[in-house]
Structures are given as C-alpha cells and as structure tokens.
Design a protein around this ligand. Structure first.
Ligand SMILES: Nc1ncnc2c1ncn2[C@@H]1O[C@H](COP(=O)(O)OP(=O)(O)OP(=O)(O)O)[C@@H](O)[C@H]1O
Ligand SMILES: Nc1ccn([C@@H]2O[C@H](COP(=O)(O)O)[C@@H](O)[C@H]2O)c(=O)n1
Length: 208
C-alpha cells in the first residue's frame, strides 16, 4: 500500500508540476514543501526581518502562524486568515528563500509541519526522500540542464533566459547541501522529456 511518494529535485526541474499530476493519477493529495520555505521568506521580506537572523525568523513564526493546506489541484499557504500563495513565486522570494532554508531550526519547523500531515500523499522538495521521509514507499529525483530549466521558468515568468539561468545556478549552489538524491531514489533527467513523459515514467515505477 502506497503511503508516501517523494519527488525531489533541483530548482525548476518540474517537481511541482510533476507531483501534482502524479498525485492526481494516484488519487492522492500532493504536498509542496518549498511553499513553506517560500512563505517564511515572504514574511521576512514583508516584515523587514533579515533572512540571516534565525532567531528573528523563529520569533516571526511565533507571531505569524503559517498553515500549509495541501489540495489535489495545488497547495495554499495561509497566514492568519490571509492566503499568501499568490505572493510566493516571485524573483524576490526566489532570491531570499535559500538563505532562510539554510537555518537548521527553520528546517526542523518545516519538517515538523510536513510530518504532521495525514498520510498518504505525494510530497515534493529537496530532501523529502532523505531527511524528512526516508521511509517513503517510492522516491524520485528530477534533474534537467540549467539551460532547459531556465527556458521553462522564463516561459512561465517574464524574464531574460540568461538571467533566469544565472539565478537558478545560484539557487542550486545555495541549496546543494539539502539537495542530494536518496540512494534508493529513481533519478530522472527531464531535459529531453515532456511533462507527460516524466509523469508516465514515474507512474510506471510506482508499485501497484
Ligand atoms: N518535462 C517538462 N517539459 C516541459 N516543461 C516542463 C517540464 N517539467 C516542468 N515543466 C515546466 O517548467 C516550469 C517549472 O516547473 P515547476 O514549477 O513544476 O518546477 P519546480 O521544480 O517545482 O520549480 P521550483 O523548484 O522553482 O518550485 C513550469 O512551467 C512547468 O510547466
Ligand atoms: N525540501 C525543501 C524544499 C525547498 N527548500 C528551499 O526552498 C526553496 C524553494 O523551494 P521550491 O521547491 O519552491 O523551489 C528552495 O530553493 C530551497 O532553498 C529546501 O531547502 N528544502
């Protein structure tokens, strides 16, 4: 019986898009761990809290309750009655989030939120199959060339592909510590695969 499916990978490798479709096919909720880190970064920017200051970030979380709401069609993050979701995928948050994610106590807070979610689900991120859910039923790790990822990301947000590629490479460097594939993860280079082909590969590898 499927309990947890993890889909990890580097920035803009297709984790969220693939996880949402895989979860839909498996009739499971899908969980986006990155949204929690993004929400903390957004709150820090909104309240002028330095992302280098772990204690200040923890105090911010104490005074502003964040809630991740996983739905089949996508996740939402709410903060005291306000839906923050539409503010979380911006270049400003992209530039701040990796620094937030480097703090061990912030990571522990995110992991506590994720482990409290009712199973089963598909969960995407960087370290779902390693640090957070090592016991997962089946694990995948997505990669793609930085150029292909930049072209895909530039396709959904306005922006120069070269600048997007440079930003993705920067985020990859900052995220490297928590972005290693689990030894038992199936690695998928999606550079030359369509979204449907990636989803199909994953569904074929999920035990019945
Ligand atoms: N295999 C693919 N072929 C073509 N386009 C893809 C593929 N996978 C994802 N995409 C597109 O690339 C863009 C980025 O995908 P997505 O947001 O799912 O990546 P991500 O890994 O979740 O990104 P981030 O780490 O920044 O949250 C989206 O527009 C998505 O539709
Ligand atoms: N499991 C995770 C997920 C995310 N992060 C950090 O959050 C950033 C945004 O994540 P996206 O999946 O939305 O791109 C990411 O760049 C990491 O800094 C993480 O550390 N661990």
């Amino acid at each position: 019986m499927l309990v947890i499916v993890t889909i990890d990978g580097v920035a803009a490798s297709g984790k969220s898009s693939v996880a949402a479709r895989v979860a839909q096919q498996l009739n499971l909720p899908f969980v986006s761990s990155g949204l929690l880190y993004r929400a903390v970064a957004r709150l820090a920017l909104k309240h002028d809290v330095p992302t280098q200051d772990q204690e200040a970030l923890l105090r911010l979380l104490d005074s502003h309750a964040l809630e991740l709401r996983p739905y089949a069609q996508g996740n939402e993050v709410w903060c005291e009655g306000e839906d923050l979701t539409h503010e979380l995928h911006t270049a400003e948050v992209d530039a701040a989030v990796s620094r937030v994610a480097q703090h061990s106590q912030l990571r522990a807070w995110v992991n506590e939120q994720l482990r409290a979610l009712p199973e089963p689900f598909v969960v995407e991120g960087r370290d779902m199959g390693t640090a957070v859910f090592p016991q997962a039923s089946v694990k995948f790790y997505l990669t793609a060339s930085a150029r292909v990822r930049a072209e895909r990301r530039a396709g959904e947000r306005t922006g120069d592909v070269d600048a997007v590629e440079a930003a993705l490479r920067e985020r990859d460097r900052h995220d490297a510590a928590q972005s290693r594939p689990a030894p038992d993860a199936l690695l998928l280079d999606t550079s030359n695969l369509s979204l449907d082909e990636v989803v199909s590969c994953i569904l074929k590898a999920v035990p019945a």
